[in-house]
Design a protein around this ligand. Structure first.
Ligand SMILES: C[S@@+](CC[C@H](N)C(=O)[O-])C[C@H]1O[C@@H](n2cnc3c(N)ncnc32)[C@H](O)[C@@H]1O
Length: 271
C-alpha cells in the first residue's frame, strides 16, 4: 500500500488543464530527454505495443510512435489529451489517446509489451493502484518505466524558490514535506510490492538552462502547477506577490544564465 500521504493537489486534472499550453512550449522539450532515456532503457522497437500512462501532451508517446511502436496514451487532463492529438496529427503519427484515470486503465490484461508513466504515477492519489494497473496491462515479462523527482532540496534553485514562496506566504498550506517516490528505497519497495520483479531505480539528471533568474521565475510561474494554482487562489493579490518573488529570486540567484540541474529517479520493473 502507498504511505498515507495527504493527497497531492496535483492528483486532479484542473492544474494540468491550466498549464497545458505552457507545458508544451517550455517543459516538454526538457522532459523529452527523460522520455528518450526511458525508451532506450526498455529498447522500444517498431511494432511493439506501448502504453504511456499520464502522458501529458504525449511527451513519450510521440517519441515511441516515431520509433514505429503501436502506442496507446492516457491522461485525466482533457487539455493535455487535446495537445497530444494535435501534435500527433501534425507529426502524421497514429496514437490511440484516451482521457481517463491512470488508476483504472481501460485496457484488457496483458495488452502491452512496455508501459511508462513519466512524472505521472508518482502524484496519483493511490500509487499502489497505479503500479498494479500498469503491471496488469503488461504481458508477462513486459517492462515498465516510472519516473519521479527527489525532494526540491536536491535542486538549489527550486529549493530557493520554494523557500521564497513560504517566506512571503507563511500561512500557505504547502502540502506534504515528503516528495512522493522521492527516494530510491521507497520507490523500489512500492514497485516491488505492486508485483513487479527485478526492480531497479537509478538517478538520471538533465540540466535546464534559463537566460537568467527572471526567465526562471517567469517560466516556473507559467508551468509549475502549484504556482499556477496559487496564482488562481490569490487572484488580484497575485501580481504583487509574484513581483516580490521575482525580486527575491533575482537577489538570491544573481544575474546571468542559470543552469538548473533536475535530477530524477527512473525505476524499471518486469511484469
Ligand atoms: C508532469 S506531467 C507529465 C506528463 C508526461 N508524462 C511528461 O513526461 O511530460 C503529469 C501528468 O500526469 C497526469 N495525471 C496525474 N494524475 C493522473 C491520473 N490519476 N490519471 C491520469 N493522468 C494523471 C496529469 O494530467 C499530467 O498530464
Amino acid at each position: 500500500m502507498s504511505p498515507p500521504d495527504a493527497p497531492s493537489p496535483l492528483a486532479q486534472p484542473l492544474p494540468w488543464n491550466l498549464v497545458a499550453d505552457a507545458y508544451v512550449d517550455e517543459v516538454m522539450p526538457h522532459f523529452e530527454r527523460y522520455a528518450e532515456e526511458a525508451l532506450r532503457t526498455v529498447g522500444v522497437a517498431a511494432g511493439q505495443r506501448v502504453v504511456d500512462v499520464a502522458t501529458g501532451p504525449g511527451t513519450l508517446a510521440l517519441l515511441a510512435a516515431r520509433r514505429g511502436a503501436r502506442v496507446d496514451a492516457l491522461d485525466f487532463s482533457d487539455e493535455m489529451i487535446a495537445r497530444l492529438r494535435a501534435r500527433a496529427a501534425a507529426a502524421g503519427v497514429a496514437i490511440d489517446a484516451t482521457t481517463g484515470d491512470g488508476m483504472a486503465l481501460p485496457y484488457p490484461d496483458a495488452t502491452f509489451d512496455a508501459g511508462f508513466s513519466m512524472f505521472g504515477l508518482f502524484v496519483f492519489a493511490d500509487r499502489d493502484r497505479g503500479f498494479r494497473e500498469l503491471r496488469r496491462v503488461l504481458v508477462p515479462g513486459g517492462r515498465a518505466v516510472v519516473t519521479s523527482w527527489p525532494p526540491f532540496a536536491r535542486s538549489p534553485a527550486l529549493s530557493t524558490m520554494m523557500s521564497a514562496v513560504r517566506a512571503r506566504l507563511p500561512g500557505l498550506q504547502a502540502g506534504s514535506a515528503d516528495a512522493p517516490l522521492g527516494d530510491a528505497a521507497t520507490f523500489t519497495a512500492e514497485m516491488t510490492a505492486a508485483g513487479f520483479r527485478d526492480v531497479a531505480v537509478r538517478e538520471v539528471e538533465h540540466t535546464r538552462r534559463y537566460a537568467d533568474a527572471d526567465d526562471f521565475w517567469s517560466s516556473m510561474s507559467r508551468t509549475l502547477p502549484p504556482l499556477v494554482m496559487l496564482a488562481r487562489k490569490l487572484g488580484d493579490g497575485w501580481p504583487t506577490v509574484a513581483a516580490g518573488l521575482q525580486a527575491d529570486l533575482r537577489a538570491a540567484l544573481g544575474d546571468g544564465p542559470l543552469d538548473v540541474p533536475m535530477p530524477a529517479w527512473l525505476g524499471v520493473g518486469t511484469a
